[in-house]
Design a protein around this ligand. Structure first.
Ligand code: E4P
Length: 217
């Protein structure tokens, strides 16, 4: 399972990248706004910086919602760097645009996916990545992980080549469950990635080893 970080924060991207386990980055308009990035030039420069920092796929989301506009915006985003993946919302024009990008050699990430039907359409259109939002499904009283399990089964049965990119991760347990369910990629905030490191027995064990090491140091 590949690890992406879900942020536009450069310090957090750097910290995750320095762990040596980072395969890519996802952003969205809310995450970009959180970093105070304003204006098209600033957005483009920010994506450029991320692409220079991380050697992997970097999802850059369009903010257009009609076919022609999504295609025009996506072409500009794709021109920033070879590793840019155009992130397109799961709407009717979005599916048409994903097909257009697929036919024209531009990789896409279909975002805001909440059902198996939506994921099947995105796979048929040729999306490189499909992003089910498991945390937001949990928030609405359903089990987001059920969708990952269902998609892993469908994609396997049907031989779809799109990668299941589990998004809207809220905890280290989400990451573990995604690995168990067969997600191809998980995109997570730094906190949940670092949460995987933690175990009290590791801390207790290390303290004891270091204490005992003083006896022969
Ligand atoms: C996916 O690519 C989105 O950026 C993200 O995972 C959304 O997560 P949230 O529900 O925590 O906003």
């Amino acid at each position: 399972m590949k690890f992406f970080i879900d942020t536009a924060n450069l310090a957090q991207i750097k910290e995750a990248n320095e762990l040596g386990i980072l395969d890519g980055v996802t952003t969205n308009p809310s995450l970009m706004a959180k970093e105070g990035i304003k204006g098209q030039d600033a957005v483009i420069n920010h994506y450029k910086t991320i692409c220079e920092m991380v050697n992997g796929d970097i999802s850059a989301e369009v903010i257009s919602t009609t076919f022609n506009e999504i295609v025009e915006e996506g072409k500009k985003l794709a021109a920033i760097h070879k590793n840019i993946v155009v992130k397109v919302p799961m709407i009717k024009d979005g599916i048409k645009a994903i097909k257009w990008f697929t036919d024209n050699g531009i990789k896409t990430n279909c975002t805001l996916v909440f059902s198996a039907g939506q994921a099947i359409l995105a796979a048929k259109a040729g999306a490189a990545y499909i992003s089910p939002f498991i945390g937001r499904i949990d928030d609405s009283g359903w089990d987001g992980m059920d969708l990952i399990i269902q998609l892993a089964h469908i994609f396997d049965m049907q031989g779809y080549t799109s990668e299941i990119l589990a998004a809207s991760i809220r905890s280290p347990l989400h990451i573990i469950k995604c690995a168990e369910a067969g997600a191809d990629v998980v995109t997570s905030p730094l906190e949940s990635i670092l949460g995987l490191l933690k175990h009290p027995l590791t801390d207790i064990g290390l303290a004891k080893f270091l204490e005992d090491a003083k006896k022969f140091a």
